[in-house]
Design a binder for this molecule. Structure first.
Ligand code: PRX
Length: 656
């Protein structure tokens, strides 16, 4: 981290938007002024301007029971109606909502009118299956239009979706289904990834099998299956239903009911500092307000002419807020792509931008860095001149990648918005406004109008410009998480206890303010790693490692990695009996595969080091800082607080 900080300290370039960009931009400095003058009034205006309320709200924020907020509490709306029907009623039903491209090259363009029909049919099917207000539906799908349709159909009924990333294993899916008590699972036979069909239905079958253990209840009544990959699947009669047997036959008449603004919209599981993933809970009115507001102003959206593309998977928060809810609430036209960037050829993304005339691209630094590695000759083969704005999300973007993105993808002219936010914040919190802010490569810069953020010291005091500290959100915001599903204590402890006195939300990120007061994000300060913009917890991977019969003890750290930002590095002590019968190399390979199977390929450690001991303090806490030094090939730092100060030289020698 320190080399990164040194590097960032020397970054002083600035790129104001061009006069042409400013002239056409919807961003107006008055937004900052209005928000500063009356924060809650500002949000009320956004909620009224951007959404349709079946029943208007009279109260903006109820913060009488912190940290449990209510936004627009007495208002009523239907989230799906806001994303669909009202656009059709306003006469833009013929506008394309989604240009979808499958990895093998098949494609569909779906208008707002068609999408509205599809969602109504699907809502009717789900209602027939018994899904109603407050019920949970798990969605485990590839990046196909049915993923967005399913989310909106669930939302339309006032039910709660829990989207599980298609790259997660059956075990991960199982724990998420169980924690939420899902009634229905929506999945597909498979989806295309890197030229092959990667199966999904078998993982659902496995996650629902063998429920004889104590407290193991089967809540799932039905599995709705989209045919995508053409795989043969096993079928459980009475439980499993083909999408194509029921959705096209269902009625496209469905009246959207109004639900309270605080009606839960979704649960999304994310990694924390313990082994158990937490179900982040988001509700309706405030969430949709902030998703629409940020999507409009951060991306300077011109819905009549823009073709917007967010490359995130629907299984992450970025896919929720900036594929489904923000763009559709704003009536935008977007591109959705099923596959990986390099299939069937490494220029696939650039080919798609050329084909659809994409104007706004929102992606992650890890993708940009892997394109940098392949070289500019690949994007240079395509016409990218329609791009007018680029966005970045998920981890700090290093200035080199930022410059490459602007030069090579943006033709040296496009503004870049580096957007900081989290699963918990629901929407973008810190970002330049592209028509106003002079961008600095590597800095997320300033809180958006209406958002209050400070960099504070351990005591919660705001630091001066030029100093570093912890990122805290100092005032409630509309899209804030409303809790951790089924665990209010964990919600309070994780996010609110650290700055309880001040009532600040602690984000878990380190940050510094430069001399101009711009924010530079410095990565996590807790035991959460960021691999390719995806959050993983050290504890989660450690518990997977120790669940393997060969492992006695394990410690996991995130080590910096040129492409993925951080990589998972594991230090493992094996049981004597296994060492006698296996080679350390063989066991290391087995353990990598094991974690991949238990959690998902993204969690698979880059390196597994078999060691004899782990560095611990006198109270038995593993000192991950020292292991990180070893993993990153640095000289090992201060070891004086270790119970056994010699242990690090032994570990270093073993790793070598
Ligand atoms: O550490 C920050 C990093 O990603 C974390 C949130 O991860 P997740 O909930 O998975 O959401 C990712 C997509 C919003 C943050 O705590 N992070 C996200 N965006 C940035 C970032 N770090 C630096 N700069 C960013 N723009």
């Amino acid at each position: 981290m320190s080399s990164q900080i040194d590097h960032l300290l020397n970054e002083s370039r600035q790129f104001p938007p061009s006069p042409e960009f400013v002239a056409q931009s919807i961003d107006d400095p008055a937004l900052y002024e209005r928000a500063a003058a009356d924060r809650e009034g500002f949000w009320a205006d956004q909620a009224r301007e951007l959404l349709h309320w079946h029943k208007p709200f009279t109260e903006v924020l109820d913060w009488t029971n912190p940290p449990f907020a209510k936004w627009f509490g007495d208002g009523e709306l239907n989230v799906a109606y806001n994303c669909l029907d009202r656009h059709v009623e306003a006469g833009i039903g013929d506008r394309v909502a989604i240009h979808w491209e499958g990895e093998p090259g098949d494609s569909r363009s779906i208008t707002y009118a068609e999408l509205t029909d599809e969602v109504r049919r699907t809502a009717n099917v789900l209602a027939d299956l018994g899904v109603g207000e407050g019920d949970r539906v798990a969605i485990y799908l590839p990046m196909i239009p049915e993923a967005v349709i399913s989310m909106l159909a669930v939302a339309r009924l006032g039910a709660i979706h829990s989207v599980v990333f298609g790259g997660f294993s059956a075990d991960s899916l199982r724990s998420r289904i169980d924690d939420a008590g899902a009634k229905v699972v929506i999945t597909a036979d498979g989806g295309y990834r890197k030229g092959k069909v990667s199966a999904l239905k078998p993982a659902v079958d496995q996650s629902l099998a063998d429920r004889n253990g104590e407290g193991e209840q089967q809540t799932v009544e039905h599995v709705l299956v989209v045919k995508r990959g053409g795989n043969d699947v096993e079928w459980t009669e009475g439980r499993d239903i083909w999408w194509h047997d029921v959705v096209p036959a269902a009625s496209a008449e469905h009246e959207a009911q109004a639900f309270g603004a605080e009606n839960p919209l979704f649960i999304l599981y994310t990694s924390g500092t313990t082994g158990k993933p937490k179900g982040i809970l988001h509700t309706s009115g405030g969430y949709l307000t902030q998703a629409a507001y940020t999507h409009k102003y951060v991306f300077d959206l011109h819905p009549e002419t823009d073709v917007y593309w967010c490359t995130a998977d629907i299984g992450w928060i970025t896919g929720h807020s900036y594929v489904t809810y923000g763009p559709l609430a704003n009536g935008a036209t977007q591109l959705m792509y099923e596959g990986t960037p390099d299939a069937p050829h490494p220029g696939r993304w650039w080919e798609l931008i050329q084909k659809y005339g994409v104007t706004i691209l929102y992606t992650a630094p890890t993708a940009i860095r892997s394109f940098m590695k392949l070289g500019r000759q690949i994007p240079n083969e395509f016409d990218l001149s329609t791009l007018r704005l680029l966005g970045s999300v998920g981890e700090p973007i290093n200035p080199e990648a930022w410059m490459w993105y602007r030069e090579v993808i943006g033709g040296g002219e496009t503004p870049i918005v580096d957007t900081w936010w989290q699963t918990e914040t629901g929407g973008i919190m810190v970002s330049p406004l592209p028509g106003i802010t002079a961008a600095k490569p590597g800095s997320a810069q300033v809180p958006l109008p209406g958002i209050s953020i400070d960099v504070v010291d351990e005591q919660g005091n705001a630091v001066e410009n030029g100093a570093g500290g912890l990122l805290a959100i100092t005032k409630p915001w509309p899209a804030m998480l409303r809790g951790v599903w089924g665990d209010p204590e964990r919600f309070k402890e994780t996010y609110w206890e650290k700055f309880e006195e001040q009532g600040f939300y602690f984000a878990g990120d380190g940050a510094r303010l430069d001399e101009d007061g711009d924010l530079w994000l410095l990565g996590r300060v807790d035991d959460v790693m960021n691999v390719s913009g995806h959050r993983l917890s050290t504890a989660e991977i450690e518990s997977s490692l120790v669940a393997h019969e060969a492992t006695a003890e394990a410690a996991v750290v995130g080590a910096s990695d040129e492409t993925t930002g951080q990589a998972v590095v594991a230090f493992v002590i094996l049981k004597e009996s296994f060492l006698a019968e296996h080679t350390p190399e063989g066991l290391a390979t087995q353990l990598r595969t094991w974690v991949g199977e238990q959690i998902g390929p993204i969690a698979r450690p880059r390196d597994v080091y078999i060691v004899g001991e782990l560095p611990k303090t006198r109270s038995g806490k593993i000192m991950r800082r020292l292991l990180r030094d070893v993993a990153e090939g640095r000289e090992v730092g201060d070891t004086t607080t270790l119970a056994d100060t010699a242990v690090m030289s032994i570990i270093s020698a073993q790793v070598k």
